[in-house]
Design a protein around this ligand. Structure first.
Ligand code: SAH
Length: 667
């Protein structure tokens, strides 16, 4: 799943060590769908499993693959790769990502297509996966500044025209770059790196460059569009957009991003051809200076879900078609209700009502909502939680010499449609030290758009967090809100990692996220979930003191915030009586001090006072403290929330300060 977004992927090596390296990348856990990554080898290496042979020269072979691959990974000398791809390079908005890995697998070079081709991200993912150093030489990556031509990608924004090179260079040089945002979410401003960049959100005198985030298009003032078609407007005077355009400040370098915020409501006569609907939309967008790249989707009434022209239009332009029942549509108040339409289809508005509805649905997944869920959303929106704004009330359109008629209405949603299927990665980051995180978990963290976790744990993994990632620290006691936040972002289309220290499914956030998803009526698939285990505190602590867990053991949390104390006490009694080695999580906090005393007394009822006990604080962290003691002296040791207590069973012993629980091999 992690590398899936880079498929189809061509991996090329010409010698066995390189081929082995590439094979290790393609193992099932890489999540590259079968058949979408191919390892290509020369005839001299034929017969190696999982590889395909190319029969021509490598140069011809690469040329034949070039235009239909998202990424190339070469295990070859950089010079050779440069010569191979030089004749094929076009421009950075369309070229695939090209990466080079050295034969030893020490370095992953993002050679070209680093930003828009996704090469830098792929290099980081592969590097974390194989334990190599990613070599990113793009200026923004080296300076840990946001990449101007990447910042809208997680949210499905469309990159418009403009001098991307000049604006990116301004950011890299630290010159003030003005951001004017008229559409879409502003969450990207919290991404790592943005705060220390020179992007400014107020107009300052000396800005030389501008990033325009908008749903408006600009037209040359001298070439006003004159529709050659007949168009009758409704009685309401059409809304005029405030005319803000490029020509105001021609000396600036400007780039444009288009968040997909415009919902186009369509009503049409049965059998209206696609080109008439297309012309109606084009006409409306030109007349009101709206950007077609900002179109989120098309909205209409459910009886039109099989309207050929509409279905074709959506398929050709890769737009979602949202449909609503007349029962829902008729309750939406619109600027131009029509009694004629009401008589014909049972709702006084199709185009306006459908466009308004589509704009206010916060969930941007393509899941069809039931009428009941929709009614709930409408209720929420009337309470001001989400907003849809009518931009262009209905326009009626016909094309001379063509059958059919179309009504078009355009609304603007507060939050953009990402068009992406979100996912949540539940990641355990181990006890604290970066070396104790699994490579899979590291890759998972590097791959996502957003990372959510406790501040302390996010600090511990800060070297793994990437520029451009949204990092949200969660305060203790706000766990539920954070799980909901992760689900919200994933439903919107982002990939989100929820990180917990240790293992995420052992007193961690993972369980809460799954429970919360169940509460939301999750279908088990969308958002997608993947879980990355981590080394839990009891394993980490055990490995620092010896082998206390060599026989049956259990974990008990002494925190009674979520579990009634009677239950905890019952489990302590049972564990003590059954001679389990026992790990006590959450043994003590500033306000919870009694629990450890009670637990110790329970164990003393069943075990020898000399039983070996380890008290480990902050295992694998800088301030690690380890004490090996006995049960009767446990309460003399200082214990806090960062500590875990391991109580041995009746055969556990302390040998030269090593805690050993015999398995039974010897006697
Ligand atoms: N998900 C975590 C546990 C979270 S509960 C895991 O799997 O490890 C928090 C408790 O875990 C702390 O109160 C402490 O008892 C224990 N703990 C977590 N990390 C620890 C570490 N590095 N050293 C010692 N105890 C730790």
């Amino acid at each position: 799943m992690l590398l899936a977004e880079f498929a189809p992927l061509a991996l090329i090596a010409i010698a066995s060590t390189g081929i082995n390296k590439l094979q290790s990348l393609c193992v099932s856990s890489s999540g590259i769908p079968k058949d979408s990554a191919t390892i290509w080898v020369p005839e001299s290496c034929a017969g190696i499993t999982g590889t395909q042979v190319y029969n021509t020269s490598l140069k011809k072979h690469v040329a034949s693959l070039w235009y239909n691959q998202k990424a190339f990974v070469f295990c070859l000398a950089t010079g050779a790769v440069v010569r191979l791809i030089a004749p094929l390079l076009g421009n950075k908005s369309s070229d695939p990502a090209v990466l080079v890995i050295d034969e030893k697998g020490q370095f992953v070079i993002s050679l070209c297509g680093g930003h828009q081709g996704g090469g830098d991200r792929l290099a980081q993912l592969i590097a974390t996966k194989i334990g190599a150093t990613p070599i990113l030489t793009g200026a923004s990556a080296s300076l840990e500044l946001p990449a101007v031509d990447m910042l809208g990608v997680p949210f499905g924004w469309c990159r418009g025209k403009g001098d991307w090179t000049a604006v990116s260079a301004s950011v890299v040089r630290g010159e003030p770059v003005q951001v004017v945002q008229e559409a879409g979410s502003t969450i990207w401003r919290t991404a790592k790196g943005v705060e220390k960049s020179s992007l400014c959100f107020e107009e300052t005198v000396d800005t030389t460059a501008k990033i325009w985030i908008t749903y408006k298009s600009f037209t040359d003032k001298n070439s006003t569009h004159k529709p050659s078609t007949h168009k009758s407007s409704t009685q309401n005077s059409p809304f005029k957009l405030k005319d803000q355009n490029y020509t105001e400040q021609p000396e600036k370098s400007i780039v444009t991003w288009y968040p997909k915020v415009l919902w186009v409501g369509i009503g049409c006569e049965r059998g209206t051809p696609r080109k008439v609907i297309e012309a109606a939309i084009k006409n409306t967008f030109q007349e009101y200076q709206l950007a077609k790249d900002a179109i989120a989707g098309i909205a209409t009434i459910d009886i039109k879900s099989d309207e050929v022209g509409l279905v074709e239009l959506c398929a050709n332009n890769n737009l979602p078609l949202r449909t609503f029942s007349r029962e829902i549509l008729k309750n939406i108040s619109v600027p131009n209700p029509s009694q004629i339409v009401a008589k014909e289809v049972g709702t006084p508005s199709v185009a306006e009502a459908a466009a308004l509805l589509a704009a206010l649905i916060p969930s941007h997944t393509d899941k069809e909502l039931t009428d009941k869920e929709l009614t709930e959303e409408i209720l929420n929106s009337s309470q001001g939680k989400t907003k849809g704004e009518m931009l262009i009330p209905k326009q009626i359109f016909r094309l001379e010499g063509q059958p059919g008629a179309v009504t078009v209405a355009v609304t603007k949603s507060e939050r953009e449609y990402t068009g992406r299927k979100g996912k949540i990665l539940l990641v355990g980051t181990g006890p604290g030290e970066l070396q104790q995180i699994t490579p899979a978990a590291k890759t998972a963290i590097a791959s996502v758009d957003a990372v959510i976790g406790y501040g302390l744990y996010l600090d511990l993994i800060s070297p793994l967090l990437r520029t451009g990632q949204i990092i949200e620290a969660l305060p203790i006691t706000k766990e539920r809100q954070r799980a909901q936040r992760a689900i919200e972002l994933a439903n919107w289309g982002l990939s989100v990692a929820v990180v917990s220290s240790g293992d995420c499914g052992i007193y961690g956030m993972a369980g809460l996220v799954l429970e919360e998803l169940q509460v939301c009526g999750w279908d088990g698939k969308t958002p997608g979930i993947e879980i990355f285990p981590g080394i839990t505190a009891l394993q980490a602590a055990a490995s620092r003191v010896g082998t206390p867990l060599m026989h049956d053991f259990c974990a008990i949390s002494l925190s009674d915030l979520l579990t009634p104390w009677e239950v905890i006490e019952k489990r302590l009694q049972a564990a003590a009586a059954a001679d389990f080695v026992t790990a006590l999580y959450n043994p003590k906090s500033k306000t919870r001090t009694e629990q450890l005393t009670i637990a110790t007394n329970i164990f003393l009822q069943h075990r020898n006072p000399n039983t070996t006990v380890a008290v480990v604080r902050s295992a694998y962290r800088e301030d690690e403290q380890i004490t090996i003691t006995t049960l009767d002296k446990l309460l003399d040791v200082s214990v806090d929330m960062l500590t875990i207590v391991l109580i041995g069973n009746q055969s556990t012993r302390n040998y030269c300060e090593w805690m050993i629980t015999p398995r039974g091999y010897i006697n």
